[in-house]
Design a protein around this ligand. Structure first.
Ligand code: FES
Length: 152
């Protein structure tokens, strides 16, 4: 869970870096899985920035999550090789099955859906990553099986 104290340690460890805001935001997301609302005023005060500046950076970069993610992260590749192997249809299927859009989390908190552009698995497209596990040649049926297995 979010901890202001832990966040302060992360700030202290990274504030010497050039353009410290971005590395700090990455480290916070790594630690907590998202950028908590409370981090905005905290970072503004610590780095001598306005809240609007911090907020602007967080919303500019789509990789920063503003809400607590689900227990599992599903990343679907939408780059060219995967697209040519049906990634768009797979994406439609996944969104419908999970009832979420990109960046969204399922109602039961199991999954957060993200899109990525190449998972380095082009030879086995379409590719999907669930947590740290990479899957190739993912058909809609295969996706359903993988999701059922991962769902907690
Ligand atoms: Fe999808 Fe490379 S394009 S893994």
């Amino acid at each position: 869970p979010w901890s202001a104290e832990r966040a302060m340690t992360i700030v202290a460890d990274n504030r010497h870096l050039r353009g410290a805001l971005l590395p700090i935001l990455h480290a916070l997301q790594e630690e907590f899985g998202y950028i908590d609302e409370e981090a905005i005023p905290l970072l503004a005060a610590e780095l001598n920035l306005s809240r609007a500046d911090v907020y602007g950076v967080v919303s500019f970069y789509h990789e920063f999550r503003r809400e607590k993610p689900g227990r599992h992260i599903i990343k679907v590749c939408r780059a060219e090789a995967c697209q040519s192997m049906g990634a768009n249809a797979l994406v439609d299927h996944i969104k419908k099955q999970l009832q979420v859009d990109f960046h969204g989390t399922t109602a039961d908190g199991s999954f957060t859906l993200e899109q990525v552009f190449c998972l380095g698995n082009c030879a086995l497209s379409p590719a999907v990553m669930i947590d740290e596990q990479l899957h190739g040649r993912v058909t809609p049926e295969r996706f359903d099986a993988l999701a059922a297995e991962a769902r907690t």
